[in-house]
Design a protein around this ligand. Structure first.
Ligand SMILES: Cc1ncc(C[n+]2csc(CCO)c2C)c(N)n1
Length: 216
């Protein structure tokens, strides 16, 4: 069995809990409170900027130019493509990027930046993978169950589309290749990083639903 298949199977319970979250249920049937969606988009814009930085660190650390290019393209995707999507929401729902990161957004982005900077390339890749993989699965799940005239259709189309699926496959393939050449100890660390990011993905949606604020 492929290493990434094991990663996914060990975290399916988290994925299932993500799909079952009220945020995603209401995104699917189009009833999500627009203030909750705006909160999410705003935090996600903060998230993407840091995610792009984390990918750029991975590019700089990559041992060969092919991998450098792969990470540069991912970083471009995170910054350019995803910000286009957010830009369209700022327009559709008439709001602007504002405020600072929520506690959960800060926690997740710092985890990614610290892992990609201070740990191995393998652990960095494993930490970055749930972002791709979970979004594809959630996107496809929502597409299969969505209501007609859903106001969040652009979001659904982005993450259930073919272009995105190709990027996800590439990220999975890179992870498997790195795992093949890694020691059992390093593979165990990759699993730990993947599991942590899966949990952070859950918390990101959960915290958007309750529009998480700083208690102090
Ligand atoms: C919290 C959060 N997690 C994952 C994604 C999805 N995503 C963000 S960047 C990127 C890679 C290149 O496009 C992907 C798949 C998101 N938007 N927000």
């Amino acid at each position: 069995m492929k290493f990434t298949q094991t990663l996914w199977e060990e975290n399916t319970a988290t994925y299932e809990q993500i799909v079952a979250l009220p945020f995603n249920q209401e995104l699917t049937n189009g009833t999500l409170d627009t203030n909750k969606f705006k909160f999410y988009v705003n935090q996600d814009a903060h998230y993407l900027a840091e995610y792009g930085r984390a990918l750029s660190i991975m590019a700089a650390k990559s041992p060969d130019t092919k991998l450098v290019l792969d990470f540069i393209k991912f970083a471009e995707g995170a910054i350019v493509t995803e910000q286009l999507l957010h830009g369209s929401y700022f327009e559709q729902f008439d709001f602007e990027l504002s405020g600072s990161k929520s506690p959960t957004c800060l926690n997740y982005t710092n985890f990614l930046l610290a892992t990609c900077s201070l740990k191995s390339l393998e652990e960095g890749m494993a930490a970055l993978l749930p972002c791709f993989w979970i979004y594809r699965e959630v996107g496809l799940h929502i597409l299969g169950n969505t209501a007609k005239d859903n106001p969040f259709q652009a979001w659904i189309d982005t993450y259930s589309g073919e272009e995105f699926a190709d990027a996800v496959e590439k990220a999975i393939a890179i992870t498997d290749k790195l795992a093949e050449e890694a020691s059992p100890t390093l593979r165990a660390k990759m699993k730990e990083a993947f599991t942590m990011s899966c949990k952070m993905e859950y918390l990101f949606w959960e915290s958007a639903y309750r529009q998480e604020a700083w208690v102090i």
